[in-house]
Write a protein that binds this ligand. Structure first.
Ligand code: RB5
Length: 149
């Protein structure tokens, strides 16, 4: 189950992403926003991020104007590794090396076809583990206020 959320800047893009996920047969849960009324992106980033952090959803996709604000907010939720990506290579590596569990994209930055390519990499690339697990564990230590050395 994929958590998906957007702010007012990205409503149309979110609808297009939902259609794309449906075409792929990927289940999603839409945490809002649901209209074009100006809203505060951290609220919706948090709803989706909390669903991923709790295990209710496996991964999440956040969409705001740039992808930056929602990624910053999501990364404040314990257990979330959210990557803001504007091209497929970074999305692929965010999974392979960083075990990202959320993706953020910018509706004012990229078009829907590029967004689909980015999302495909995010959904289909496995984490490579090994030395990358050690580094992700260090990120988790930082999150817990533990020293790295
Ligand atoms: C909303 O105007 C805009 O600030 C928001 O969508 C996002 O780009 C923030 O990072």
């Amino acid at each position: 189950m994929i958590a998906i959320a957007c702010d007012h800047a990205a409503l149309e893009t979110k609808e297009a992403v939902k259609s794309f996920l449906a075409d792929l047969g990927v289940e999603y849960c839409d945490f809002g926003t649901y209209d074009r009324k100006s809203c505060d992106y951290p609220v919706y980033a948090a709803k989706a991020a909390n669903a991923v952090a709790s295990g209710e959803c496996d991964k999440g996709i956040l969409i705001c104007g740039t992808g930056i604000g929602m990624s910053l907010a999501a990364n404040k939720v314990k257990g979330i590794r959210c990557a803001a990506c504007s091209e497929p290579f970074s999305a692929k590596m965010s999974r392979a090396h960083n075990n990202a569990n959320m993706l953020a994209i910018g509706a004012r930055v990229i078009g829907i076809e590029l967004a689909k390519m980015i999302i495909s990499e995010f959904l289909n690339t496995p984490f490579e583990g090994d030395r990358h697990q050690r580094r992700v564990d260090m990120i988790i230590k930082l999150e817990n206020g533990e020293p790295l050395e």
